[in-house]
Each structure stands twice: as C-alpha cells, then as structure tokens.
Design a protein around this ligand. Sequence first.
Ligand SMILES: Nc1ncnc2c1ncn2[C@@H]1O[C@H](COP(=O)(O)OP(=O)(O)OP(=O)(O)O)[C@@H](O)[C@H]1O
Ligand SMILES: [Mg+2]
Length: 312
Amino acid sequence: MTGNNIAISIQNVKKSFGALKAVNGVNLEILKGEYVAMLGPNGAGKTTLMEMVEGIQKQDEGEILINGKTWKDHEDELHKLLGISLQETHFFDKLKVKETVKLFASFYAIGDERCSEILDLVNLQEKAEAFVINLSGGQRQRLALGIALINNPEIILLDEPTTGLDPTARREIWDILFKLKKEKNITMILTTHYMEEADYLCDRIVILDKGSILAQGTLDELLSKNESSEIIEFSIEGDNRSIQLPDGNGKKQLTYDAKTEKWQLLVDDIIAYLPLFLDEMKKQTKKIKTLECRKMTLDDLFIAMTGRRLNE
Ligand SMILES: Nc1ncnc2c1ncn2[C@@H]1O[C@H](COP(=O)(O)OP(=O)(O)OP(=O)(O)O)[C@@H](O)[C@H]1O
Ligand SMILES: [Mg+2]
C-alpha cells in the first residue's frame, strides 16, 4: 500500500469535552475509492470524529491527513476536495429547492448547469420549484446529499444520511451512493445506525464505541472473528429470569436482555446444541414462550463484546 492510495489517514486522534473523552485514540486509514461505514451507539464519538475530518472541530491530539494534507496548511484545497452532509442539516424553509442548490453552488462559484445536474442526480427535478419546508424527510435528505455533491467532491462524509427514513426513501439514497461509487470512484465515510446499510453499501465497517474502534472489517469478517456465530434466542413462561443450561455441544455465552425479556445463547452450532436445550426445558418443566434460531448479526456481536445494544 503506498501513501498515494490513502484518501484519509486518521492517526491517534483524541478529543475531549472536559473530562469526557469523546474520541480516544482513533487510528484509521481509508483508501481512495473505499466506502467505509462507521457504526456505533449514541454518543460513541462518530459525529465528533467526522467533524474533525471535516475540519469543523480540531482534535486535541493526533493528526488527520486528507490526500496527505492537513487542514492547518491546506484549508482551501481540502474544502474543494470534500463534500459534507451534517447530522442535522438546516435549510432556509422559505427558499425553493432550486434556489437552495443555487445558493450553495454560489459558495463555490458553480454555475446553473451543475445545479440542474445535481437535481437530476438526487432525483429532485420534480421538486425544483417546491419550498424546502414542504419536502418529505427523504426528499430533504436527498437535497442534503445533492448539496454535499455540488462541488464534485472526491471524498464525501455523510453523518447519518438515512436516519429516520422509511425503507423506500433509504433505498433511494443507497441507489444514488451506489451510482457514485461505480461512476466516480468517490471515497466515502458514512455514519449509520443501520447494520444493513453498512453491509449493503460499504466495503468496510468500523465499529466505534466510547471513542475507540472496537472492531473493523467486512460484515463476514466481523462475524467470523467470533467463534460462536449462531444464536438461540428464547423466552420462557413464568420466571423467565433464572435459567440454567448444561454445558457442552458448543455452548458459549448466555445473557439475559431485560429490555426484550429474552435470553440469548451463543453456540458454535445450533443443530448440535438445540436437542440439549429442548431436553433441558422438558426436564425443568419450563414452557417455551418464544424460540428463534439464527446466524449472529452485528447487533448480537456488539452485545457479546460490550453487553449493550448497538441501537440504543
Ligand atoms: N460540544 C460538545 N460539548 C460537550 N460534549 C460533547 C460535545 N459534542 C459531543 N459531546 C459528547 O461527546 C460524546 C460523543 O458525541 P458524538 O456526537 O460524537 O456521538 P455520536 O456517535 O455521533 O452519537 P449519535 O449516534 O447520537 O449521533 C457524547 O457523549 C456527547 O455528549
Ligand atoms: Mg452523531
């Protein structure tokens, strides 16, 4: 790997707010053309890290290089390279969609032709004359994405571009991002709470928790890192809170989730352990309320690693 292939290099970056270590020593290199998803629970430090890459916040320690350059010495150059959409985008509600795009285009001295291209790209041509206040959530997010793309950026940084959208609106954003990857070989970091978004769109998933990278890789890599990759999830009638299960046949960690009132048992192989489980239930005269057997998901992996849920 040569330095020329690296779009973003984050080196031992730290940022505190008072005593709170929001980002606590992150090292991450993102290759040109790579799509990286940053997943993590609320308060993990995703936005803080993104904003440091965007030059909006300054790190206390460490270095961030974009195409080998720091914000300190190359501000104008980096602004031209990057496209940004913040976690919360505030538009002028009383401007029309077209006027909004034009306003942002004027910051870069970009002409009308590109504005029209952008409306095509994010499929908002029909809404060009609509007031921003009257856009749906999905249309608003597409407008934010269009604005992030206005300067034809090499690198885009999108903070939760699909949060709160229904599956159809989310898919529309995915299609645009997919097209960009294919046609423009753009580099992207996207933060999300949706595992399927990270899996579908991105080459690599980075899991951030309490300001540090907990794990990274493709979804398959992340899931295969944990030996136990299958789950028996169940609840029982009556006293659901105490249960004992025999060891052996690949039995691993057993945890109780008070929120869902379900037990989660990690096993090497469902087929090997399930008969033992069912026999035991019979022996203990327990009645099964729910029983689900499935492959481990990223959410399960996160629970196994931290005892907490990804989406809390
Ligand atoms: N300006 C600030 N002043 C004080 N604390 C802050 C500030 N910005 C962020 N924090 C704190 O830093 C931590 C990380 O916040 P951040 O917004 O980066 O998390 P996040 O991963 O983006 O969360 P979410 O998924 O909710 O968007 C949180 O505990 C947050 O309260
Ligand atoms: Mg955030």
